[in-house]
Write a protein that binds this ligand. Structure first.
Ligand SMILES: [Zn+2]
Length: 288
């Protein structure tokens, strides 16, 4: 793209179209991937280098994201696996969701059928920002919930009582990991990991069923997809399903991979907070 003038005009047009799509919709579905968290200051795990910059101790152990994010890591090196997840749990607990969360919530509240969320993020930031927990589907689970590592049962419980003490330099948990109240064995986050046949999916399955029911009553849904890449495509698949099966329209905000499936969809090549703030300007104060 050398013609920056054209690009600026195109972006302005795209923003206007996005605002119109939101005004004309009866329901808003926010679909979010890892890019949604970056403007809240959360690390981007993309690529080995990005991951190891955030967790240098795992570089020395030659463990990439795929190796540490697995039940096997909890079996083989519990202190390291819990060092990684404990650090993330602490980080997400102290993170404040950026302004974009607020904007999305306000727009959704203006629409007759309201708003719902589909996210691959396990960080709990939508709940923290005040979204209705009954209409959030966390397709990969939540770090704020625990389950048995074995698993000996289907129980899922909140992680609130677990306060990880992490030696960040060495990515190691200093205190005891949480335990399963049924069998006394080690507990793990209720997150779908890699090579994970032990994930207890009841909680996410319940969320999915509620979201499906809600979606079946939406007449003109608009999807605002934020920061969802192609590497782990669950979020994109869901966005596309809404436009194909529910006659929805798509606004895709992504700085690197912003191609859209049809010419009726809107593409914004930028970060989450910037894209959402520009749409807010176009919508004007009466819509916020
Ligand atoms: Zn157990």
């Amino acid at each position: 793209m050398h013609d920056t003038k054209h690009q600026v005009v195109d972006t302005r047009v795209a923003i206007e179209v996005a605002a119109t799509l939101i005004e004309q919709a009866d329901a808003l579905i926010v679909t979010a991937g890892a890019g949604m968290g970056i403007d809240s200051g959360l690390p981007d795990f993309r690529g080995k280098e990005g991951f190891w910059r955030a967790y240098p101790a795992l570089r020395s152990a030659s463990l990439d994201f795929y190796s540490i994010a697995s039940p096997e890591a909890f079996q083989a090196s519990p202190e390291l696996a819990w060092g990684f997840y404990g650090h993330r749990l602490n980080l997400y607990r102290r993170t404040t969701p950026h302004i974009g969360f607020d904007l999305l919530q306000r727009w959704g509240e203006r629409l007759p059928h309201g708003l719902a969320v589909f996210t691959s993020n396990v960080d709990g930031q939508f709940q923290k920002a005040g979204f209705d927990p009954a209409l959030i589907y966390e397709c990969h689970g939540s770090i704020h919930h625990l389950q048995c590592l074995e698993p000996c049962c289907e129980d899922i419980w909140r992680a609130d009582d677990f306060l990880p003490d992490v030696d960040e330099q060495n990515c190691r948990l200093r205190n005891l990991p949480p335990v399963c109240p049924r069998c006394g064995g080690m507990a793990r986050p209720n997150i779908l990991m890699f090579n994970d046949s032990g994930w207890v999916e009841q909680r996410s399955a319940g969320q999915e069923a509620r979201l499906d029911r809600w979606l079946s009553n939406a007449k003109r849904p608009v999807v605002i997809e934020v920061g969802a890449g192609t590497t782990i495509p669950s979020v994109r698949h869901f966005s596309h399903l809404v436009i194909q099966q529910h006659g929805g329209r798509l606004i895709r905000i992504n700085p690197n991979e912003c191609g859209v499936p049809t010419p009726r969809d809107v593409s914004l090549a930028m970060g989450a907070a910037e894209g959402l703030a520009l749409i807010a300007e176009a919508l004007g104060p009466q819509f916020g």
